[in-house]
Structures are given as C-alpha cells and as structure tokens.
Design a protein around this ligand. Structure first.
Ligand code: NAD
Length: 359
C-alpha cells in the first residue's frame, strides 16, 4: 500500500484536501495517508510554518499531495512552496492543461502539458540591488569585459542556464511524453536574442531530442509561441520551457482551459514529487465549504498516474469530467451566474464525484 504525505495547508487548504482525499480513496487506490501540517496556523502554534516532521515525511514517502499555503506579503516567512521546491530539488513543474466539457472557456478542445524548469533562469534568486557596493563592483567588471555597458543606476538579476539542468528537464519532458503516449515535445526559448543562455538551452534540447526518435521534436521562440497558443493550440502537445517562460505560459494555458479552479500541477524531482493545485489558499473563503476542489482532485489524478495506478487515475478523471459536464453538482465558480443558488459546496461536489466513481 503506497504511503503519501497529505499536507493540509491553510486557508481553503484543509477543505479541499479532505475532498481530494475522499475522492482518491473512492477509487480504491488504497493510499495510506500520512497527514501533516504546514502554513500560517501551524506557524502560530509551533513557531515555524514548515515543521521538520512534515519535511521528513515527504522525504521518507517520496510523494506528497499538498493543499495551498499562504505566503505573507512583505513580512513573515519566505514562501514554503519555493523552499520545498529548492530543498527537495523538485526541478520539474508539470502542469497539464486539458479542456473539460462544461467549463466556461473560449476554447473547447485543449490538451497541452507544460513542463517548466524549476531551479534556475531569472528565478535563481541571484540579484544585485541598485546602489550596493557589490552591485557597483559587478557593473564595473561587466563594463570592463563587455562591449555593452551597464549604467551605475542599475539593479541586476542574473539568468543562469546550465547544461545539466537543461538536459534533465528536457529529458523529463521526453520521458513524460513517452510514458503518457504523447506525440511531440516543443522546446521554447529566445535563443535569437540571448545566445549564451537560451542558445545553450536550445542546443541541449536538440541534443537530448536525438535520443527520442519515437517522439517528434521542434522548437519555438517564446513570443511566437504565445501567439500560436492563442491561435492554434491544437498544434502543440508537451511544451518544455525555462523557468520564467514556463511560469508565464502555464498561466496562459490555464486560461485556455478555464482558469485556476481546474488547473492541477506537480513539482517533481528524481526521488520526490509534490502534487498540488496551481491556485493559492484563497483565505477569504476559508471554512466556508464554498470553493472548487477540482484542481487538487486533478492533481490527485496526476499522483495516481505517477505511482502507476493508471486505472484509478482514469476513473477519477472521468468522474470529475462527468460531474463538470452535467453542471449540476458544481461549485459557484462553475455556474454561469456566480450567485446561482443551486451551486453546491466543496464537500458536496466531492460527494457527486464519488457517486460517479461508484456508479
Ligand atoms: P488564490 O489562487 O488563492 O486566489 C486567486 C483568486 O482565485 C481569488 O479570487 C480566489 O478566491 C479564487 N480561487 C482560488 N482558488 C479557488 C478555488 N479552488 N475555487 C474557487 N475560486 C478559487 O491567489 P492569491 O489570492 O494571489 O493568493 C492567496 C495566498 O495563496 C497567497 O498567500 C499566496 O502566496 C498563496 N499561494 C499559494 C500557492 C501554493 O500553495 N502552491 C500558490 C499560489 C498562491
């Protein structure tokens, strides 16, 4: 019986975690849940938002289903989500974006997967503040060694792209495509402008692609990719991107399929994977049994696939699709009118999904 760490999170986290757990259990996947806390409430009680027992549990089990956690703006602790990704080296962010009939969207037949590199690029956090001594030194060094000049009043963010990190994320995208029976991987970059960072990304992508002759490979420049995703999303399948472009395009693709309520995700490393909704902790809805549990339940579908429970994953996915398509037992955000009194609560939507699994 697989053991999975279930992180309840805060805000709406505990409600959607309970809903997702019940739906996953109804598939008969036989998960042994190791329930752990993280977030603002545990911070108030224990003085840390991420207790060591929670990290130890994820490390030990290698798999976690995580409800959202609040990151206070401008004060308090740094993002637990970023901390977990860095400390567990969860280098791949996987975001499938699939249309479900009944979700309001301008598009009806989207089936894309975003694979975002999670550890480097402009998100590496190597930054130099305007006016500081080390920033001045760096500017002087660059001005001595480059024909292009940086003015003294600049702040600087560094964009590292390495062979190692690029190779492992592009391999991850191809391996995922192969495992999930997908046909094509598109590598996205701006190699025409950033020749030594995005250029390296493209060169490594092309090299890795040679090991996967059964999967089609192509590359796209990021600005063109944005336009193509709006105009011809059906041309694309698995899309692999450096960190910043991956962040932006995953929201673009979530928008194509109807937004945050239905956007699942995962952060995956070689030994550990954390499955979580794309959305946050929506604190204003805390404890109201109101929000949509779909994104975390679909993250559960990804988790079931990851641990090889494909039949259970398929059953859960179909049950969610049926409930959404019927449009009856769905939360307020899935109704045409958000004040529709027939909208059901979080746990009632989970009940309807469980009914479908059992029928
Ligand atoms: P949010 O995703 O919590 O909310 C954005 C909007 O979407 C709000 O209007 C909210 O009410 C709505 N919404 C979100 N989830 C919903 C759901 N399941 N059903 C219906 N409506 C839903 O984003 P935010 O307000 O920017 O962030 C709130 C907190 O969550 C912040 O502290 C942020 O740092 C944190 N956050 C955490 C994660 C994570 O744990 N992975 C991800 C994103 C944001």
């Amino acid at each position: 019986m697989p053991t999975v760490t279930l992180i309840l999170g805060d805000g709406i986290g505990p409600e959607i975690a309970a809903a997702a757990r019940r739906c996953i259990d109804a598939t008969g996947a036989g998960i042994n849940w190791d329930v752990k806390e993280a977030g603002v409430e545990v911070m108030e009680r224990q003085g840390t938002p991420l207790p060591q027992v929670t990290i130890d549990s994820i490390r030990k089990n290698g798999i976690a289903l995580k409800a959202p956690i609040t990151t206070p703006v401008g004060k308090g602790y740094r993002s637990i989500n970023v901390h977990l990704r860095q400390s567990l080296d969860l280098y791949a962010c996987l975001r499938p974006c699939k249309s479900y009939k009944g979700v309001r969207s301008r598009y009806s037949d989207i089936d894309l997967v975003i694979v975002r590199e999670n550890t480097e690029d402009l998100y590496a956090g190597i930054e130099f503040q305007k006016g500081k001594d080390d920033t001045g030194q760096l500017i002087r060094w660059v001005n001595e060694h480059s024909s292009r000049k940086i003015t003294e009043d600049s702040g600087i963010s560094i964009k590292p792209i390495s062979v190692k990190a690029t190779e492992r994320i592009v391999r991850f995208a191809f391996d995922y495509a192969r495992k999930m029976g997908r046909r094509k991987v598109t590598s996205v970059h701006k190699a025409n402008i950033m020749k030594f960072s995005d250029g390296l990304w493209l060169e490594v992508s092309r090299e890795v692609a040679k090991d996967y002759n059964d999967i089609e490979f192509e590359d796209r420049i990021v600005d063109n990719m944005c336009m193509q995703l709006i105009q011809k999303p059906e041309l694309y399948d698995v899309i692999v991107l450096p960190n910043l472009y991956g962040d932006i395009l995953s929201d673009l693709c979530a928008g194509l399929v109807g937004g945050l309520g239905v956007a699942p995700g995962a952060n995956i490393g070689d030994n550990t994977a954390i499955f979580e909704a794309t959305h946050g902790s929506a604190p204003k809805y805390k404890g109201m049994n109101k929000v949509n549990p779909t994104a975390l339940i679909l993250s559960g579908v990804m988790m079931l696939n990851y641990i090889g429970k494909k039949g259970q994953a398929q059953r859960l996915d179909s049950a969610v699709a049926d409930v959404i398509a019927e449009g009856k037992n769905v939360t307020y955000d899935m109704k045409a009118d958000r004040n529709d009194p027939t909208a059901v609560g979080t746990s009632q939507m989970a009940d309807a999904i469980i009914e479908k699994i059992k029928s």
